[in-house]
Design a protein around this ligand. Structure first.
Ligand code: AMP
Ligand code: MG
Length: 479
């Protein structure tokens, strides 16, 4: 195992050498064998006592120099100049089987200089939650950080009650965030900001290095990556829940699975997070919020975009203007695939089909995941499963007729519309069991969501939404 410490070497102002807290009784709860192999790590040695100690940060492998990373961020719209890894450490960068650098990062590893009032710890439930949801997102083909392992520490964590503590070993193509740039910009040190931007270009957007204005090209590349990412979220009904600028990556990967959830009944105003009172991060607001976050990124980059401030602003505004068309193009292409629409279909015909369907879906609050899947069945000739959940049948039958006249491609639909997503009540059930010591439901759920498009017999309970009367689902930030 050979760790690089490139982030710490190139950006020492943003890295504090630190070490993890002792874990009294570390026990491996889950290990991602496939990901370990991808990283050139041997799953069997990660399972050994020494390997498990590495995964909680108490045994530091040769060459690794763990650091807590500094970053800033807008949280629910308010700027916090110093956030940083309050309960996490970057162990270092590994080169994966494809030659790409990947961060290995530990979450829940104890207090750091960035902990503010927090205890630096994490509980088993929330860390397993990040594990299963990030792996589900990956299986859905959505860019995301990955989860390598969760290790119970044997130490209790105080939340509303005492809970078993854990450390998540997370893998990301990097942990650079919009908030990292906000931190560098806030120091007023333009050389630091430039080194950070060069580091980000080298790591994620190397084509920007050849552009006339490389920092503008970096901004454009991040705008494009995030427009595509948020479109992917919206297409599968994912609600991130805490889209602060410190949770917006430069790589375009989804990061920080806290109060996130998959929407069941279709409603753009859906909010799950218990602290999101204003609905800032509601399902349907996500593209607007991402555009806002990217505006904050542009502000941080201004000193690099042009000598002249006014010219820098003009360049940033123009580049940010591409977010909406890029988002719309990604979302529209995704919706066309979800409906199996033929290539070359007139844009206006496609748009009116999509709009009318979404109106019907919202009226009936249909379960997003199973509804799109049932449209695949309708494309094959049996519209009954879809008709069963729509209230305005006259309107829906009219829609079905227009749509079926286009000969929708059911194969494309089945490759696009998942059967299995980590449904909220099943995630809760699995985490409750795991917290009480029974990992079987969690392992089962993980297997199910790892193959989201591949319908298998006996898994019907993973395809149905929470029963009516279960009350609104709530997620909590106190993770
Ligand atoms: P999040 O919104 O979960 O991404 O976290 C926002 C900030 O709070 C980051 O700086 C975290 O490191 C910090 N944080 C979250 N939970 C804790 C905790 N239990 N102890 C210390 N810092 C924390
Ligand atoms: Mg975060």
């Amino acid at each position: 195992m050979s760790f690089d410490d490139r982030f710490a070497r190139e950006l020492p102002e943003m890295a504090v050498s630190w070490q993890a807290d002792e874990a009294p009784d570390p026990r491996l709860l889950v290990l991602n064998d496939g990901l370990a192999t991808e990283l050139g790590l041997d799953p069997a040695s990660l399972r050994s006592p020494e390997g498990v100690r590495m995964l909680v940060g108490t045994a530091v492998p040769g060459g690794a120099k763990p650091v807590a990373q500094a970053y800033a961020g807008h949280q629910f719209g308010g700027f916090v100049p110093r956030l940083g890894d309050g309960r996490a450490l970057l162990l270092g960068e590994l080169v994966d089987a494809e030659g790409r650098p990947r961060d290995l990062h530990l979450k829940g590893s104890g207090r750091t200089p960035f902990s503010r009032g927090g205890d630096g710890l994490a509980a088993v439930g929330p860390m397993l939650r990040e594990y299963v949801i990030s792996e589900a997102m990956h299986a859905l083909g959505i860019p995301t950080t990955r989860s390598l392992a969760v290790v119970a520490t044997g130490r209790a964590v105080r939340r509303e009650t005492l809970l078993p503590g854990a450390v998540l070993a997370r893998v990301a193509s990097s942990h650079l965030r919009v908030g990292s740039f906000q931190y560098a910009a806030a120091t007023g040190d333009v050389d630091l900001l430039r080194r950070l931007a060069d580091h980000a270009i080298a790591r994620h957007h190397s084509q920007a290095a050849d552009a006339d204005n490389r920092y503008l090209a970096l901004f454009e590349a991040v705008v494009a990556a995030q427009a595509s990412l948020v479109a992917r979220w919206v297409l599968v009904g994912f609600v991130h829940g805490v889209m602060n600028t410190d949770n917006t990556t430069i790589s375009g990967e989804t990061i920080d699975y806290g109060p996130c959830a998959f929407m069941e009944g279709y409603d753009p105003a859906t909010v799950y997070s218990s602290i999101d009172h204003g609905g800032r991060y509601a399902y349907g607001n996500q593209p607007i919020v991402m555009e806002w976050n990217l505006a904050r990124f542009a502000e941080a980059l201004l000193p690099l975009l042009a000598e002249d401030q006014e010219q820098a602003v003009a360049l940033a505004v123009e580049a940010l203007g591409r977010f909406r068309p890029e988002y719309n193009a990604a979302w529209t292409a995704g919706m066309r695939a979800k409906l199996g629409l033929p290539e070359g279909l007139d844009d206006e015909v496609a748009a009116s089909l999509v709009d009318d369907l979404l109106t019907l879906m919202a009226q009936s609050r249909v379960d997003l995941t199973s509804f799109f899947r049932s449209l695949g069945t309708a494309a094959r000739g049996d519209a009954e499963p879809a008709r069963l959940v729509v209230l305005d049948l006259a309107a829906f039958d009219g829609w079905l007729e227009r749509w079926r006249a286009l000969a929708p491609d059911a194969e494309v639909m089945d490759r696009t519309n998942p059967v299995y997503v980590p449904r909220n009540q099943l995630v809760e059930e699995a985490l409750d069991a795991a917290t009480a010591g029974d990992l079987a439901p969690f392992e089962r759920l993980l297997e199910v969501v790892a193959r989201p498009f591949d319908e298998r017999p006996g898994l019907e309970r993973y395809t149905t939404p929470a029963p009516e009367g279960a009350g609104p689902y709530r997620t909590f930030c106190g993770t």
